[in-house]
Design a binder for this molecule. Structure first.
Ligand code: NAI
Length: 329
């Protein structure tokens, strides 16, 4: 079984190589992303292994199919970058539905604490022997209301963490779950009551620009917005305006609408063309990490294990475990 592995990073290889050897899977690691321009590289491979910013649109799917590729193994949970409907009947698509919800939920809390306790500022100050506390005043999380949108695997862990901090946890989900330690409310009420909003729902037609000019008007003044889910959940221009008008008190972003050409890469020697991102980065109350929330040892190991299991199951049974069925999406 030959697999073309796209968007390879140094931290991906060890666990995939080890498991590949064990299961007789030959990975060819490409640093480039899968796009209409690179899909030619897939000739002669049985499957492709892709990540969050590979582009698997209808054009790419048609060419994969022509090249004899039989399946797409996503090594992530979200699949908004794959045209699942178009793949139906041509290629099987499988994903890693869960690896470590703790990795993402803990990162969301790490960003929140960093932001509201100004740890990012304090770290730089003390490195420069500046021990002044002026401008570092934060606020207690205890007693504050956190609104969680999407209470699946990650959102429910985040709810538990917030409960541990003594916060009032309210939530909105299209499919509420009685096992989640949160009080479900309407999205409107969540917008109106939350001091902190954390997004943990998938990016779909319904959730795109959930945070928009209109919804920002409904938010509490000074609200902190956390997004570790997908960039498209937030209309970034509206976010920038919301921060400039002081309606939004702070933003913690692990994902960004236009991240695909920037995140995961070292751009430190480049002039950033994206003025919106540059503006956000310039703001003292915005913290950005580059889609890092998943990046723990436990999560990487689990991603490699499940992806390998998916591939092995396809080889043995002609069916991927964790197959994404477009009718069920
Ligand atoms: P999940 O599928 O367990 O939970 C998603 C929840 O969102 C479900 O409870 C679902 O009912 C709810 N939902 C669906 N449509 C909704 C809507 N219109 N409004 C409100 N809620 C809705 O997914 P999981 O594992 O918790 O992941 C959540 C998201 O986190 C993923 O979609 C992915 O985009 C993102 N993610 C980000 C990572 C990162 O490194 N930053 C890593 C892993 C996931």
């Amino acid at each position: 079984m030959r697999i073309a592995f796209f968007d390879t990073k140094i931290y991906d290889k060890p666990s995939f190589e080890e498991l590949g050897e064990k299961h007789n899977i030959k990975y060819k690691f490409f640093e480039t992303k899968l796009t209409p321009d690179t899909v030619d590289l897939t000739r002669g491979y049985d499957g492709v292994c892709v990540f969050v910013n590979d582009c698997v649109n209808a054009e790419v799917i048609d060419e994969l199919y022509q090249n004899g590729v039989k399946f797409i193994a996503l090594r992530c949970a979200g699949f908004n970058n794959v045209d699942i409907k178009h793949a139906n009947g041509k290629l099987q698509v499988c994903r890693v539905p869960a690896y470590s919800p703790y990795a993402v939920a803990e990162h969301a809390m790490a960003m929140l604490l960093t932001s509201i306790r100004r740890i990012h500022k304090a770290y730089i100050r003390t490195k420069d022997f500046n021990f002044s506390l002026n401008g570092l005043t934060g606020f207690d999380l205890h007693g504050k209301t956190v609104g969680i949108v999407g209470t699946g695997k990650i959102g429910s862990v985040f709810a538990d963490i917030c409960n541990g901090f003594g916060m009032k946890v309210i939530a909105y989900d299209k499919y509420p779950n009685s096992n989640v330690n949160a009080k479900y409310v309407s999205l409107e009420e969540l917008f109106e009551k939350s001091d902190i909003i954390s997004l943990h729902c998938p990016l779909t037609n319904e959730t795109e620009h959930l945070i928009s000019k209109q919804s920002i008007e409904k938010l509490k003044k000074g609200v902190v917005i956390i997004n570790t889910s997908r960039g498209g959940l937030i209309d970034t221009d509206a976010l920038v305006e919301g921060i400039k008008s002081r309606k939004i008190g702070a933003a913690c972003l692990d994902v960004y609408e236009e991240e695909s050409d920037l995140f995961f890469e070292d751009k430190s020697g480049h002039i950033i063309e994206d003025d919106t991102l540059a503006r956000l980065i310039s703001m003292p109350n915005v913290i950005i990490t580059s889609h890092q929330a998943f990046l723990t040892e436990e999560a990487l190991k689990s991603i490699a294990e499940t992806t390998t299991q998916n591939i092995v199951s396809f080889i043995e049974n002609g069916e991927c475990e964790n197959r994404i069925c477009y009718k069920c999406v």
